[in-house]
Write a protein of this length. Sequence first.
Length: 617
Amino acid sequence: MYCIKKVTDDLVWVGANDRRLAFFEGVYSVPAGVSYNSYLLTDEKTVLFDTVDKAVRQRFLENVETALKGRKLDYLLVQHVEPDHSAVIPELIRLYPNIKIVCSARVLEFIKQFYDFDIDSHVRLIEENETLNTGKHNLQFIMAPMVHWPEVMFTYDSTSKILFSADAFGHFGALNGALFADEVDFAKDYMDETRRYYSNIVGKYGTQVESALDKVSALNIEMICPLHGFVWRSNLNEIVSKYMLWSKYEPEERGVMIAYASVYGNTENAAEILACRLRDKGIKTVIFDVSVTPASEIVSAAFKWSHLVFASTTYNAGIFVTMEALINDLAAHNIQNRRVAVIENGSWAATSGGLIREILGKCEKINILENNVSILSGLKKAQLSDIESMVQAIAADFPAPAGVAAQNNQAAPNAVDPNTMFKLSYGLFVLTARDGNKDNGCIINTVMQITVTPVKITIGVNKANYTHDMILKTGKFNVSVLSEKAPFSVFQQFGFKSGKDTDKFAGSGEALRTTNGVRYLSEWTNGVISAEVKETIDCGTHTLFVAEVKQAFSLSSDASVTYQYYFDNIKPKPQPPKGNKKGFVCKICGYVHEGDTLPDDFICPLCKHGAADFERI
Ligand code: FEO
């Protein structure tokens, strides 16, 4: 009996789940099963996006037949030839002999390698960026080589704003009735399996994933349909932001993953003591016994944590079997950008530590601590100092917990030097809002990301700004990240005037808006973040808005402008005032306040900066 799910009015999920598969690709345990997704678009032409694994072919074929509702199948779009998505192609051709297989030349080559049927009479070859019109829909093809095989292709439906992402953004775990990620507690129940899928299946190809992300970053994507796992129709950043971190091999969490291989418990003992001492210092730790936990889970954890410790006994004059497999697996998956520490054990000739260092030392940006802990059979009291020095070396990378400085009598002098605030680094941004038909914007320097899941940011906005009131009222805003190419006129336009009596967008051309209806700047900016306010904190002169990011996209690879860069390179140097004026000049906008004194609570009438930003003429 068929089992299909509606994705949109003319798109149907016709995939199936497999909960009997012991090992995905013969390697990765999938205790919660896996889904093989396929989608049928019923436009003027009917289009099937990929097929499924042979294990679920019967359900899939019933699903396709049902979703077609008696119509013929016009196109089979093949994005990836790995047999978990292509196994049913030959049978589909027999059932629908007039079908056209739409694919790239590389896909065609792979289909011919795997299967033996007359494909040439069925094929319609397409190339990168070519578009297939199916009636209402336009399908654009985007090559995504090595995500996860060389022939992989994404498809963008510009009509429905759907990205069909092949293996990307997929996860292990069957779909249990739900189809959309927002129907479940994804972060709690599925993110670990998404990371395990990513790190083990495409983790090796971070550079290629980055370039695929780059290619699609300019597209307006409202839905992602992967070949495994849930469909994303909201909060796309929850998954995209993870891919951005993983593809760059950036850790998600600061903390220490300890993996140990221990035959009689002595190496385990050292790992446990190390973890306890790190926890005493407030540093997060997780521990894995590599002989018990599948390597794919430890590889996944290595992609998550910032610091990795490997503790292994010596075995057959080498690294213990399961640890050796893990270390080689990590190197094969291109693990990089981590701090690593090693503990070795050996009753007569300890070699495991040196060998682990040798393998990981060849990986990129792996910084291995010099501190050695070499155990002769069992840890002795005299060696606790070695563990302690490893703890100290790791702890040096973590900020001291609050209060530690005070306990050590290292508190700073009890005074606030306002110049110290200039040591902080800032970017510069155009903050925009819309209230009714009124668009407005101002310059701010206070944008900061605070969480990844979901992606949240804070902005601090001066209450004197009209944009502040608009955001307070509507709860929506955009941040356009200014690049080093931004001219001074942008700062004048958005920073030195009030939106109450000026149209700050006058003469700025086409009104570009994000999906929340708020305008953004496409010129002189390198990225746009669209967010919805979740909390406000009254900070006196300013309001701090805590907001969830709903949309974000890059516009260029130009460097973001910093406050320092603005002062050094963009802002004209203040000219001495004409005549013999006495007073104070605003370092931000050049406004001159005449007089012998400047009140502490003075606010620049042009740019709204305070007395601290003025200097005596
Ligand atoms: Fe799901 Fe690379 O196949």
